[in-house]
Design a protein around this ligand. Structure first.
Ligand code: HEC
Length: 440
């Protein structure tokens, strides 16, 4: 017996009329050539041949992956199927996945993401690929990609395009900007093992990042990040965020993490840079709570074996701020994550809640509109870790004590971070939409 969907009670659902719109909106952005989905979901053939699998993963809410609780807070690019979509898929599959009338088929979506449609103004790429040894170990590297342009420019957005999508796990990208004190930003070497350069000083020495007189060049942090599930570069409306980019400089991937591979292989990731003629009127700032951040983790991040343990970290805002983007970060033992702000007049502003942490999907969540956090508010994050044998992602069997180390970044160590991009508040910010030009 059918239960009725909200939209289609009387007629059996078909691909053309009912399924294609659901798939195009919620699945195709990742399931298309060049993206992270392992196969395309663009045509009737693509979808019908996996119909049963699709019915299962949507009903289990395994796909589309969207760990943030949509009843807590909303973000740009939110992909969550409503119950009637899930049921329509179930009915369609049970009916034998009919194609329906091709004349009624919605047109395939046009993806306007820069790498696919627009030409970047500048592509910054390593001259030679990074070699990844075939030793079945994780590799953490520091990689520099120098560039030189005829003149200084303003940058609106930077997109990181991973070369080896299979092995590249995460990457934090910064820019080192040179003025006249550095003649040649192209001096090698370009790649060094992260383990061999413990401190920032070592790193700068090892890949020749310092100015010619030994002084430190200006560093613009976190211009592009890539984390599991990351599908879109950060981008805000014109004038918000953005950077000035000096004529000479180098992209610095201080932490680029490649997963284990049994055979030697390589990666030649690159950055797409999009210019604008307008200076960044309101450059975004970054605040980081927890590991490597401004706030202490309470209690210290030590997770004994066979326990589920809760940690908190918090800070008090010193000025009115407008929040743009959040990134909650934990590793394999993460179980849940919640962040909110408590205002001085007793209100709670929900920020993000992840009831079932999945380390594979670590998004940068951008609010649809800026969120004002008044001065004197407490921004708090609560993270729960599951170090029992019941956690299928526990890297140790039997479970062992796991500690949070300051930035070693190994997947078997833990981290607890909330990274926030924000602006000093200006009246009216609450009404400014943050449509990311790069999110579908
Ligand atoms: C954010 C990107 C993204 C979106 C959106 C997305 N997928 Fe996926 N999908 C992936 C990735 C990556 C994998 C492979 C890794 C995995 O299985 O976790 C995958 C795997 C799958 C699988 C194979 C699962 C298995 O192991 O059997 C199916 C089926 C699937 N997706 C269907 C869908 C459908 C249907 C939608 C939309 C309702 C969707 N996906 C939306 C990225 C995405």
């Amino acid at each position: 017996m059918w239960l009725c969907g909200l939209t289609s009670c009387n007629r059996a659902p078909t691909f053309s009329q009912d399924i294609a719109p659901i798939i195009f909106r919620n699945c195709s952005p990742c399931h298309r050539p060049g993206e992270i989905g392992p196969f395309p979901l663009l045509t009737y053939e693509d979808v019908s041949k996996r119909a049963k699998n699709i019915a299962a993963v949507t009903q289990a809410r395994y796909m589309p992956p969207w760990p943030a609780d949509p009843s807590y807070s909303h973000f740009i690019g939110e992909r969550v199927l409503n119950p009637s979509d899930i049921e329509t898929i179930q009915r369609w599959v049970a009916d034998g996945a009919p194609a329906g009338d091709p004349a009624k088929l919605a047109p395939q979506p046009q993806f306007t993401r820069p790498s696919a449609a627009t030409k970047p103004d500048l592509v910054v790429k390593l001259l030679e690929p990074v070699k990844i040894p075939g030793d079945n170990h994780d590799h953490f590297m520091v990689v520099k990609i120098p560039y030189e342009m005829p003149q200084d420019r303003f940058v609106r957005a930077i997109e990181f395009v991973p070369g080896n999508r299979k092995l590249l796990h995460h990457m934090n990208g910064h820019i080192v900007q040179y003025e006249e004190k550095k003649k040649n930003p192209f001096e090698g070497p370009y790649v060094v093992d992260r383990e061999s350069v413990r401190t920032l000083e070592d790193t700068y020495d090892a890949i020749h990042l310092l100015n010619d007189d030994g002084s430190y060049p200006e560093l613009t942090p976190s211009v592009a990040n890539y984390l599991p599930g990351g599908v879109s570069p950060a981008g805000y409306p014109e004038g918000i965020g953005g950077w000035k980019l000096n004529r000479k400089g180098a992209f610095l991937m201080r932490d680029i993490h490649y997963g284990p591979s049994p055979v030697e292989t390589e990666d030649q990731s690159h950055f797409n840079v999009f210019f604008t003629d307008k200076p960044p009127i309101r450059p975004a700032k970054e605040m980081q709570l927890g590991t490597l951040g401004i706030s202490e983790i309470i209690p210290p991040l030590i997770i004994p074996p066979n326990v589920v343990k809760t940690f908190t970290t918090k800070t008090v805002t010193q000025e009115d701020i407008s929040l743009l983007t959040l990134n909650p970060h934990m590793h394999l033992l993460g179980k849940s994550f919640e962040a909110f702000a408590a205002t001085p007049d007793g209100k709670t502003i929900p920020l993000v809640k992840i009831p079932k942490w999945d380390f594979r999907w670590q998004y940068f969540y951008t609010f649809p509109k800026m969120v004002k956090i008044p001065r004197g508010s407490t921004i708090a994050a609560i993270a729960v870790y599951d170090n029992t044998a019941q956690n299928p992602n526990n890297p140790f069997s039997p479970p062992r004590e796991v500690i949070g180390t300051n930035g070693s970044m190994h997947m078997t160590d833990e981290m607890f971070q909330l990274i926030m991009k924000y602006l000093p508040y200006q009246p009216g910010d609450e009404n400014i939409g943050l449509t990311n030009p790069f999110v579908q």
